[in-house]
Design a protein. Structure first.
Length: 372
């Protein structure tokens, strides 16, 4: 059983028409899907447990966390690039809710110790945005950012930005604009290469997979069958950095296909393999995902369902047994939310849940997932 601790009293759940309309216009372009083929260490997580010690995936709990000072707290739709279990970069995001809000261009270096802290990097770069994608290149020590939107357009024109944190210096890579679906794209790094998958724009939703050629400054499309077209999926590296995994996503904001399939990308062959795990979580956009301590299983929760209602569940996937286990959680704990991505949790934690969007307003609390 997952045990949850209270940070703040949970607000009464609201399901207003206004909230649904807000979320429908938040990260959605209203486009019809494009045709897509039918499906045939950059680690962000703690290391394995001590040898000979069995890991019980249900023996986890969420403890409240208290972020210190200024930072990307209380935002949703941020572009997150997790470096390891202690550090991540967070770009942009928004605090739009029932009473309005704004979109941000800040880039933060978030560090996880006993508390969460953030350092703003002062550098001129991408315009304010949310609902794009980002990932960390550990070999070149660069942050790559792609796509997104603001409050005036549903999807930006294609553009790729790279951050050298040592400067800090942003550089726009002028030639890297081939991937046209910039809203809700998914990015991840494995085996020496950066990959970009899916996304949406005014013409529809994509199933295209691109690899970044850093020398040429270009995205190169990789011809391979795999997941169907979608946006707002999670793409994340295996703990050993040898593969990428993809979970969830949808072809629209509401009432259309929402996915709960899990795929593995082998960067050596650029080939996808679907992992068939029955009786698992429901389909969702913007899932929260992190690995368990063994590196052979992962946790999935939160996100938005097909009616654009925030989800507050938690599942564990055993990738050896190919099974899902739903963890029973009590009412107290992180409230249902979407657009909240796993940040480092610090010592003893697998990850943290920070911010996100609830029914009709940003969520301001923070939690750490602890493995007992």
């Amino acid at each position: 059983m997952a045990v949850w601790s209270v940070l703040d009293a949970r607000a009464m759940t609201l399901r207003s028409t206004f909230a649904l309309l807000l979320l429908l216009t938040a990260c959605d372009d209203g486009a019809a899907p494009l045709d897509a083929a039918t499906p045939p260490d950059a680690s962000a997580d703690a290391g394995p447990p001590d040898a000979g010690v069995a890991f019980d995936p249900s023996a986890v709990r969420f403890d409240p966390a208290t972020p210190e000072g200024d930072g990307p707290w209380g935002l949703w739709g941020t572009l997150v690039a997790r470096v390891d279990d202690r550090q991540a970069y967070v770009v942009g995001g928004t605090n739009v809710g029932r009473l309005g809000g704004e979109v941000f261009a800040d880039v933060w270096r978030v560090s996880a110790g006993e508390t969460l802290t953030a350092e703003r990097l002062e550098a001129t770069g991408p315009a304010p945005r949310y609902c794009g994608c980002a990932a960390w290149d550990p070999d070149r020590e660069r942050l790559l950012v792609y796509g997104g939107r603001d409050l005036t357009v549903n999807a930006f024109d294609p553009e790729t930005w790279e951050l050298d944190p040592a400067g800090p210096t942003w550089t726009r890579i002028e030639g890297a604009s081939q991937h046209a679906t910039t809203l809700g794209c998914a990015m991840g790094y494995a085996r020496g290469a950066m990959y970009l998958f899916g996304g949406a724009n005014g013409s529809g939703v994509s199933a295209a997979l691109h690899r970044f050629d850093a020398a040429a400054g270009a995205w190169v499309e990789v011809a391979t069958g795999g997941p169907v077209a979608r946006y707002d999926a999670a793409l994340f590296p295996a703990p050993d950095g040898d593969a990428l995994y993809l979970f969830g996503g949808s072809v629209g904001a509401r009432g259309r296909a929402f996915y709960a399939d899990l795929w593995r990308l082998d960067p050596e062959t650029n080939s996808w393999t679907e992992l068939a795990l029955p009786e698992g979580p429901s389909g969702r956009r913007t899932p929260w995902v992190t690995w368990d301590p063994t590196g052979a299983g992962l946790y999935v929760g939160f996100g938005y369902d097909g009616e654009m209602r925030p989800i507050g569940d938690l599942f564990h996937a055993d990738l050896d047994a190919l099974t899902w286990t739903e963890l029973e959680v009590p009412f107290e704990g992180p409230s249902p939310r979407g657009f909240s991505y796993a940040l480092p949790g610090g010592p003893g934690a697998l990850a943290s849940v920070v911010g996100g969007n609830g029914v009709s307003a940003p969520v301001t609390d923070a939690w750490r997932l602890i493995a007992d």
